[in-house]
Design a protein around this ligand. Structure first.
Ligand SMILES: Nc1ncnc2c1ncn2[C@@H]1O[C@H](COP(=O)(O)OP(=O)(O)OP(=O)(O)O)[C@@H](O)[C@H]1O
Ligand SMILES: [Mg+2]
Length: 532
């Protein structure tokens, strides 16, 4: 068997140069035949939303009518029942005015396609809005239709790996997968951008950030290697930056192989720019991933354009790193990158050895303590809220007891419940002082808004004067502040005490209309918003 499946590198007399993006990412792709995973061994669960078991139709793929029905794909097993069912498509009236409901794919029915995020050799990735929960996700749709059962099984292997590592902090969170019309659809968390896009945007990434990226990716890679899996396609394009704009997450598990089970002679090489030299001899090992990560770090740290072939390609694989580039970074980082790019795979450090590097150890400790501090502050805020609630209850209980005692001792007479009253304006100036109108408003409940002072204007619409036409009924001003920040809600509503306001318009001739201009500026209370 010919193990040299890659075209022999061309000899070109070019120099290492800074990265330039020509947008032709896939020109570095060589796609020899793939290894054949034995799907029947692991067994996958494929159930459609009409309870049709897809595994019954394994024999014929594209010729099967059931391929028109969306089938959920999952390897998670019965303990994850949600993974094996597709959510019902939303009501057709919510989706569009189209009458051609049945012809539309599950993807079109359930998602609103917003933008194209990227494209690789196997799939196109779209930013979508899930119509059922209104949230944003990424959906990867395979470019090619299943050519046969074997090809389909190979594509479905990616689902297995995504599911396996979905819970890892440094791997993409996977939601679900399904197939329809002989294509695979994978719904996953939406990330901000790929590391490659980040590099295009920033050009120079600070070294401290490089160390953090390295730590994230070593952690992801370790989790794969601990299960005897090799990624084989480590590169910045396959690393995504999470929504927090910090965490790097490994993605694209399309080429992952299991070193225990797979015939590595059938493994597929990844991008030649990041490929370890021994791959040319058909040696697939964990050390190949370490090399790819090392050379990716070189690209990120030195903003260097990696060759896909030629003499420079060989130089980098002989451990000769261009000095004018590598000198830009600290000796410590240089040593780490060199130890990851050793020509002999046996000399390369493993993920465990790399993670025990003092700098990375220190960073891990710092991260742990940050997480602990965050957890502590959350529980502190929570308990403070509980204590505050209890203290308030005790306070009101104590007051009630006190008033009850005073009442018993005839030292205090309870005041009848406040009724909003308005005393008619005096007809003559001589009676004016005695008849100052007094308005009482009770603001019942509240909708919490951000930490800030609440003014009466928050509760009143427009600039209109307040109508006081029904004298007999209590005047309850709208208890929801008419304000911005209304989307920030909390369960912590505070009861607003009865508010007594002296009418600024004691002398008005008509008591029915109350000009609220001065009342509007009155500070009512400060709402303390707690995030928890
Ligand atoms: N969850 C996501 N959030 C945001 N962007 C994404 C997401 N997944 C993928 N992308 C974008 O889409 C691009 C292609 O995705 P992916 O690498 O999974 O496809 P592929 O066809 O398997 O690629 P390859 O050619 O590397 O095998 C990524 O490089 C990235 O820019
Ligand atoms: Mg990719």
């Amino acid at each position: 068997m010919d193990l040299h499946r890659l075209p022999l590198p061309e000899l070109r007399d070019d120099k290492h140069r800074h990265k330039q993006f020509n947008g032709n990412e896939n020109s570095n792709r060589f796609r020899p035949p793939k290894y054949k995973p034995r799907v029947s061994q692991g067994g996958y669960v494929a159930v459609d939303n009409n309870n049709l078991n897809r595994s019954q139709s394994l024999g014929s793929c594209s010729a099967n009518n059931s391929s028109n029905i969306a089938h959920a794909i999952s390897f998670r097993g019965v303990e994850f029942p949600d993974a094996n069912t597709l959510p019902a498509s939303p009501n057709v009236h919510d989706v569009s005015s189209s009458t051609d409901f049945d012809d539309r794919s599950h993807f079109e029915l359930c998602f609103e396609r917003l933008a194209k995020l990227g494209e690789g050799s196997f799939g196109e990735v779209f930013q979508v809005r899930d119509r059922s929960d209104g949230r944003l996700y990424a959906v990867k749709i395979s470019k090619q239709m299943f050519r046969g059962e074997q090809y389909r099984a190979e594509r479905l292997e990616e689902v297995r790996r995504y599911e396996e590592f979905s819970d890892h902090e440094n791997c993409i969170r996977f939601i679900r997968a399904w197939e329809q019309y002989d294509r695979l659809y994978m719904q996953m968390e939406l990330c901000r951008e790929s590391l490659d896009q980040y590099l295009q945007r920033c050009h120079q990434i600070p070294e401290e950030r490089i160390w953090h990226i390295l730590l994230d990716l070593l952690r992801a890679l370790k989790s794969l290697h601990d299960r005897n899996l090799i990624h084989l396609d480590i590169k910045p394009d396959n690393v995504l930056i999470g929504e927090d704009d910090e965490t790097c997450k490994l993605a694209d598990f399309g080429l992952v192989i299991d070193v225990d089970r797979a015939n590595t002679q059938h493994a597929t090489e990844g991008d030649s720019r990041y490929m370890a030299p021994e791959i040319l001899q058909g040696q697939f090992s964990k050390a190949a991933d370490v090399f790819s990560l090392g050379i990716a770090m070189l690209e990120l740290a030195c903003y260097m354009d990696l060759p896909s072939n030629g003499p420079l390609w060989h130089e980098l694989r002989r451990g000769i790193l261009p000095e004018d580039f590598i000198d830009k970074i600290s000796k410590e980082l240089q040593l780490v990158i060199k130890s990851m790019m050793m020509p002999d795979p046996a000399d390369r450090l493993t993920t465990d050895q790399l993670l025990s590097h003092p700098k990375l150890q220190k960073m891990q400790k710092n991260r742990k303590s940050l997480i602990t501090v965050d957890k502590l502050s959350r529980s502190f805020r929570k308990s403070r809220r509980v204590v505050y609630g209890k203290v308030c209850n005790w306070k009101s209980f104590a007051y009630r007891c006190l008033f009850y005692l005073l009442e018993l001792l005839h030292l205090y007479k309870p005041i009848a419940p406040a009724q909003p009253t308005i005393t008619p304006a005096p007809s003559s100036p001589s009676t004016c002082l005695a008849a100052v109108p007094r308005l009482e408003y009770q603001l019942i409940g509240s909708t919490p808004i951000a930490n800030r002072d609440c003014y009466a204007s928050d509760f009143l619409t427009g600039d209109d004067p307040l109508e006081l036409s029904h004298h007999g009924t209590p005047h309850v001003i709208n208890s929801t502040p008419l304000n911005h920040n209304q989307s920030r809600r909390s369960s912590l509503g505070k009861t607003i005490p009865t508010l007594e306001l002296d009418s600024p318009y004691a002398n008005v001739s008509s008591p029915k209309v109350f000009d609220t201009s001065s009342f509007r500026r009155k500070k009512l209370f400060v709402l303390d918003y707690d995030d928890e």
